[in-house]
Design a protein around this ligand. Structure first.
Ligand code: PEP
Length: 258
C-alpha cells in the first residue's frame, strides 16, 4: 500500500537563522501527524544543520541534487556517499530547473538516479513537460522519454527504490497549478505504462505531484487516485502553508485507510 508523502524543496533559499525558525515551527506541529510521511530537501551547506534539527522527528532529510560520479576531480560536485553520510534519505534528481537552467540531459539524470540508488538513497525523480510541449499534445511522449532514459540506464526494478514526481514545468513557481484531473491523467498514464512491465511495482510506486501546490489546493490534488502526495517548492518555505499541505496529505491518507 502506498503512503502519502509530502517533500519540501527549499531550492536555493534560506539561511541558518530562517532554517532554524522554519524547522522550529514545523517539527512540533508535524509530530502528531503520524500517518503520512514528510521530508525537507535542503541546500547542501545546510544539510548538517537540518540533519541535527530533524533528529528524532518524523521528518526525513533530503538533498536537491547529486553528482553522477562517486569521487574524484569533479569540482563543485557532491556525491551520493556524502549525502548519505549527512543522513539524507531522499535526493531530488532531474528537477526541471536542473534540466533547463543547468542543461542536464536525460542520460545525466539517469546516471544521478543510479548513483543515488547505489548509495542507498531514495531518488525523487522529476519528470514533466514544458508548456509548449503540453500545447503540442506531447506530454505523454515527453514523460515517457524521461522515464525510459532512467529505465534504460538503471533497470526497471530500480524504480521500485524510488519516488516519482510529475511536475509540469509550466506549473512550477508560476502559481498555475495543474487541475486535479490534469494531474491524475498524467499520473495514471505513468502508472499504467510501468504496469505494462510490472504491475506490482506500478501499484506500489509513489508518484508525487509538483507545481504550485498550496494549502488551499492540496486536498483536491491529493484526493486523486494516483496522486500520492506532493513535491512542494515555494510553499515549503512558509510554515503554515507547508503544515497545511501536510495536513491535507494526512487527511487523504486517513480517508483511503478508512
Ligand atoms: C518544485 O520546485 O519542485 C516546485 C513544485 O515548486 P513550486 O511548488 O514553487 O511550484
Amino acid at each position: 500500500m502506498r503512503t502519502k508523502l509530502v517533500a519540501g524543496n527549499w531550492k536555493m533559499n534560506g539561511n541558518l537563522a530562517t532554517n532554524q525558525a522554519l524547522l522550529g515551527t514545523i517539527i512540533p506541529r508535524l509530530a502528531p501527524l503520524t500517518r503520512a510521511r514528510y521530508a525537507v530537501c535542503a541546500p547542501f551547506p545546510y544539510l548538517a544543520q537540518v540533519q541535527d534539527a530533524l533528529r528524532g522527528s518524523n521528518i526525513a532529510l533530503g538533498a536537491q541534487d547529486v553528482c553522477q560520479f562517486d569521487a574524484g576531480a569533479y569540482t563543485g560536485g557532491v556525491s551520493a556517499a556524502m549525502l548519505a553520510e549527512f543522513g539524507c534519505r531522499y535526493v531530488i534528481v532531474g528537477h526541471s530547473e536542473r534540466r533547463t537552467v543547468f542543461g542536464e540531459t536525460d542520460e545525466v539524470v539517469a546516471r544521478k538516479f543510479g548513483a543515488a540508488i547505489h548509495h542507498g538513497l531514495t531518488p525523487i525523480l522529476c519528470v514533466g513537460e514544458l508548456l509548449a510541449e503540453r500545447e503540442a499534445g506531447v506530454t505523454e511522449a515527453v514523460v515517457s522519454r524521461q522515464l525510459d532514459a532512467v529505465i534504460a540506464g538503471c533497470g526497471l526494478a530500480a524504480l521500485g527504490k524510488a519516488v516519482l514526481a510529475y511536475e509540469p514545468v509550466w506549473a512550477i513557481g508560476t502559481g498555475k497549478t495543474a487541475t486535479p484531473q490534469q494531474a491524475q491523467a498524467v499520473h495514471a498514464f505513468i502508472r499504467a505504462r510501468i504496469a505494462g512491465a510490472d504491475r506490482r511495482l506500478a501499484d506500489e510506486l509513489v508518484i508525487l505531484y509538483g507545481g504550485s501546490v498550496k494549502a488551499a489546493n492540496a486536498s483536491q490534488l491529493f484526493a486523486m487516485q494516483d496522486v500520492d502526495g506532493g513535491l512542494i517548492g515555494g510553499a515549503s518555505l512558509a510554515a503554515d502553508e507547508f503544515i497545511g499541505i501536510c495536513r491535507a496529505a494526512l487527511d487523504a491518507e486517513e480517508t483511503v485507510r478508512a
